[in-house]
Design a protein around this ligand. Structure first.
Ligand code: PHE
Length: 450
């Protein structure tokens, strides 16, 4: 059972905020959001994503905090505590399963960021280099040893932080890395907004073209919102269990969600003006930031420095997210199977890495190994982002809205009646009706079931 005596946790409000923002802000904001927006018509996608974050995202973040802090355990144990003798723990287990899948393909891309830091240092994106960024990217991706090596190194960084624990590892590193990330992003945005022709990029990002919207775009936007906020898979239940009793959960949920959305938009502001300024297309898919941006950097004054800054930014963002993914697994292994934290970390990371080998090689030797016309990487992305996370979020709101006692939830959100709760009725209405219905419909429609 759980260990109440000396459970590790976040020591301060800012520490908790930085850690949760660290989980939320990641490749989802800086790599995935821009290319999804680019492929799905710009402003219209942004608008739907925005609506999902407000209407579904924030309530789900809060719900996960409630489950975690009330349950005081990993995502499995928290459900067992709140709903003993029921099958709700399966939702917790599903989250742990999702964590493995996401960690696998996430570290593939994270590894790329390290390679690109290395290339930037080697000056490969400076004006004097003639090989095209598309060639560089394709050549690298097709390989076997280098992509796996970088992925492995990235996993080691993740392991080192997680071994150090919640306070000394996660909280401490997030408090340093998140402000650094914000600073780099602001510098990059200022630079790109000042490029000639930047307005076209901003127009693309903010001006909605509704003719681009269809049910797939809506499912993509829901998946993007869920992925970006780290909801539906137990990360925020696990982190919620480390939040102190007197922190205001609603304020934390709100500020984290707004920060996450703000950072995604800021990433868009840093990227689209540059693309348009140099006459490049935003519809490049996952290669967007690895092909198109280096192209931009090559044409830009001091491009090497901006390239270096950008890929450091990407790596930092990725790292504070992979630690939250690994923590979901480690909290479960160490609390349920009495494994030492160190062993649980190495074991969990090794399992995820094995799956990760396949996601990485699916750009090279395994690129023709397809299931449902998708590579291993694409299957992992689709299964987790568009299916498991929305499904997890759906079960979480149904659990709190319909099965767990509402008074208990209120007790947790109000810190035992000590904070005001004007929003509580709205929250209950959303988790009972709005969120379940919306997720359900988007889901069925996006999968072509209705
Ligand atoms: N939110 C992270 C991102 O946007 C990804 C993530 C998903 C991290 C789920 C943890 C859990 O990159």
């Amino acid at each position: 059972m759980m260990n109440h005596r000396k459970r590790d946790g976040f020591t301060s409000k800012f520490g908790a905020y930085a850690a949760v923002v660290g989980s939320a802000v990641g490749l989802g904001n800086i790599w995935r959001f821009p290319y999804m927006t680019g492929e799905n018509g710009g402003g219209a996608f942004l608008l739907i994503y925005f609506i999902f974050v407000i209407v579904i995202g924030i309530p789900v973040v809060l719900s996960e905090f409630v489950i975690g802090r009330r349950g005081r355990g990993n995502s499995y144990a928290s459900f067992v505590k709140l709903a003993p003798k029921s099958y709700w723990y399966l939702v917790g287990l599903m989250g742990i399963f999702s964590a493995f899948i996401i960690l696998a393909f996430y570290t593939t891309v994270s590894g790329w960021t390290l390679h690109y830091i290395y290339l930037s240092v080697k000056d490969i994106f400076s004006a004097t280099v003639s090989s095209s960024p598309a060639e560089i990217f394709n050549e690298f991706q097709k390989g076997t040893v280098m992509p796996l090596l970088w992925q492995f190194i990235f996993m080691i960084f993740t392991v080192l932080i997680i071994i150090s624990g919640v306070q000394k590892g996660i909280e401490k590193s997030s408090k340093i890395l998140m402000p650094a990330l914000f600073l780099i992003l602001v510098i990059l945005s200022i630079k790109t907004i000042s490029l000639p022709g930047a307005m076209d990029g901003l127009r693309f990002l903010f001006y909605p073209d509704f003719s681009k919207i269809n049910s797939n775009v809506i499912l993509d936007a829901l998946g993007q919102a869920a992925f970006s906020l780290s909801i539906g898979m137990g990360a925020l239940i696990t982190y919620g269990s480390y939040i102190k009793r007197d922190n205001n959960l609603f304020k934390t949920a709100l500020s984290v969600s707004l920060t996450d959305m703000g950072i995604a938009i800021l990433a868009g502001v840093a990227i689209f003006p540059a693309l348009f300024s140099f006459g490049l297309s935003p519809q490049q898919g996952p290669g967007l930031v690895f092909i198109v941006l280096p192209e931009v950097f090559q044409q830009m004054m001091w491009g090497e420095i901006f390239a270096l800054l950008f890929f450091i930014l990407l790596a930092i963002a990725a790292l504070t997210s992979t630690i939250s993914l690994l923590e979901v697994v480690v909290a479960y292994f160490s609390e349920e199977f009495k494994m030492k934290r160190r062993n649980a970390t190495i074991f969990g990371a090794a399992l995820a890495f094995i799956l990760g080998i396949f996601t990485t090689l699916s750009f090279g030797p395994l690129r023709n190994a397809k299931l449902f016309e998708k590579t291993v990487f694409d299957n992992c992305d689709f299964l987790s982002t568009n299916i498991l996370l929305p499904l997890g979020a759906l079960f979480i709101v149904i659990f709190l809205g319909w099965f767990y006692e509402i008074d208990q939830t209120k007790d947790e959100i109000t810190n035992q009646g000590t904070v005001r709760v004007w929003f509580f009725p709205v929250f209950v209405f959303i988790i009972r009706f709005v969120a379940p219905l919306a997720i359900f419909l988007v889901f069925l429609k996006g999968l072509g079931i209705i």
